[in-house]
Ligand binder design. Structure first.
Ligand SMILES: *Cc1c(COP(=O)(O)O)cnc(C)c1O
Length: 485
């Protein structure tokens, strides 16, 4: 009852006449709203909104949020995803009112500050990648792959060349072949050799005048920098093909190596992996792309340009592949990347990568007596171990380890990817974790391998749901919470 009266009051207050004394006069007809609408369309009563006290709502959502693990609550060594700490400073800066209270349809002249930051971000990404043409538009790494492949296709079309084949590495992320197919190209897989690097012989066998792009991740998804990179890029270029660098692992080489210098022609960044953007849950991302000079004119439009001392959005790009995202991309996410890069500076970015590599190698050396690391003497920012021996000797799978770690307060590493390592456990500690945390994680792994098998097989014991059908959970998630479920 109280609810209905309350809603009625709000309803009354929201009529134009009532608000006139507080707001500037609105351009609305003087007659009451009711007389303008057909009577069948009028509601009999205000809508029966649910009645809940603010405290109840806050508790509900706060409790829901703590059911999840996040970088703010737990160590999160999810390999290939770079779950590093998201500095709260980025959040504060990105929510300054001059940045959030603007509208994308405002005149360029009224958003000069914002355009300047986006322009500078384009320049910084060009410097970090060694590739001068930048588009900030794509909405995620995978979307950057698609946009860049569309750029490559537009370039080949313009050259009058028929190059429909995209080669991807067998250790690649599934997005690589998927993006190629979405861009209307055919895909073939290049094998890895016994060192976990690109099998050069297999690559050379497959290269021909129909090869458009070789998509390569370097450091690769095994956490190894491919030492044959110059030979690879030369072989592809000799056949007139282009090199696409999947930049998901840029966290390992910031300020140390530049993709443009080792032969990449196009690449994407994942700001949520490399530049500390919040990550996961299908939330907002970004996937800016960088390309060589001769590909710049095909980039999505608009791009931010500087003329004299003014910044403007340039739409006049006749060879552009067009828009891939509304307005100028996911600006809130891009700004967080901007603040992160500016806060660290060149030296600081290099230190990020050095510390990430140090942390990963430390942890690798601590656990490799229980988890074999089949490839590489050293790793970059992550390593891929195998639980095969544990499975044979103790019946413990990668999944068992992953699940039991949750009971120890650690998010699981990535398991069963990349698929070229059986029972793979892919660990990426990142530069933002202390030695104490890495030690605690290693100790938890040691303890788990000594525990009773049943205890581990039935883990996790401390979470609300233990072992859901993961495929069903991803494909048909139950989005409604009920006390019984
Ligand atoms: C994360 C990742 C991608 C996809 O990036 P999103 O931003 O998640 O779309 C592509 N390749 C590799 C190697 C990755 O780790």
């Amino acid at each position: 009852m109280r609810n209905q009266q309350h809603t009625k009051l709000l309803f009354e207050l929201s009529r134009p006449g009532r608000r006139a004394h507080r707001l500037p006069p609105l351009d609305v007809p003087a007659e009451p709203l009711e007389s303008l609408l057909p009577s069948e369309a009028l509601a009999d009563a205000p809508p029966p909104l649910p009645e809940l006290a603010e405290g109840d709502v806050v508790r509900h959502f706060t409790n829901l949020s703590t059911l999840n693990m996040s970088v703010d609550t737990h160590f999160y060594p999810l390999g290939s995803c770079t779950m590093k700490y998201n500095p709260k400073r980025n959040e504060r800066l990105a929510s300054l009112s001059g940045l959030v209270d603007v509208h994308p349809l405002q005149e360029d002249a009224s958003i000069q500050g914002l355009l300047q930051m986006l322009f500078e971000l384009q320049q910084m990404l060009a410097e970090i990648s060694g590739l001068p043409g930048v588009s900030l538009q794509p909405a995620a790494g995978a979307h950057g792959e698609l946009a860049a492949l569309m750029v490559a296709a537009a370039y080949f079309r313009r050259q009058g060349e028929d190059r429909p084949v995209v080669l991807t590495a067998d250790s690649a992320h599934g997005t690589n072949p998927a993006s190629a197919r979405m861009a209307g190209m055919q895909t073939n897989t290049v094998k890895s050799n016994r060192q976990g690097l690109v099998d050069l012989e297999d690559l050379k066998r497959q290269l021909d005048r129909r090869t458009g792009v070789f998509m390569l991740t370097n450091p690769n998804t095994l956490g190894l920098f491919d030492s044959q990179i110059l030979e690879i890029t030369r072989a592809v270029h000799d056949q007139g093909g282009l090199i696409y660098l999947d930049g998901a692992n840029m966290n390992a080489i910031l300020g140390i190596a530049r993709p443009g210098d080792f032969g990449a022609d196009l690449m994407h960044f994942n700001p949520h992996k490399t530049f500390s953007g919040p990550h996961g849950g299908g939330g907002p991302g970004a996937g800016p792309i960088c390309v060589r000079d001769f590909l710049t004119e095909f980039l999505p439009a608009p791009v931010v340009v500087k003329e004299d001392d003014a910044y403007r959005l340039d739409y006049d790009r006749p060879l552009s592949i067009g828009r891939v995202r509304s307005f100028f991309g996911n600006v809130g996410v891009l700004l967080r990347a901007y603040f992160y890069i500016r806060s660290h500076g060149g030296e600081g970015l290099r230190r990020v990568s050095e510390d990430a590599i140090l942390g990963a190698n430390y942890l690798r050396s601590r656990v490799q007596h229980i988890l074999d690391v089949p490839f590489g003497e050293f790793c970059m920012h992550e390593f891929v171990a195998s639980a095969s021996r544990l499975k044979k000797e103790r019946g413990l799978t990668a999944m068992d380890l992953a699940k039991r770690l949750l009971d120890y307060g650690f998010h699981a590493p990535t398991v069963y990817f990349p698929m070229i390592v059986p029972e793979s456990v892919m660990v990426e500690p990142t530069e933002t974790e202390s030695k104490e945390t890495l030690d605690a994680f290693a100790e938890a792994l040691f303890r788990i391998t000594d525990e009773a098998q049943d205890l581990v097989h039935e883990a996790p014991h401390s979470t609300r749901i233990s072992r859901p059908d993961e495929v069903q959970a991803a494909r048909k998630p139950i989005m409604r919470w009920t006390p019984e479920s």
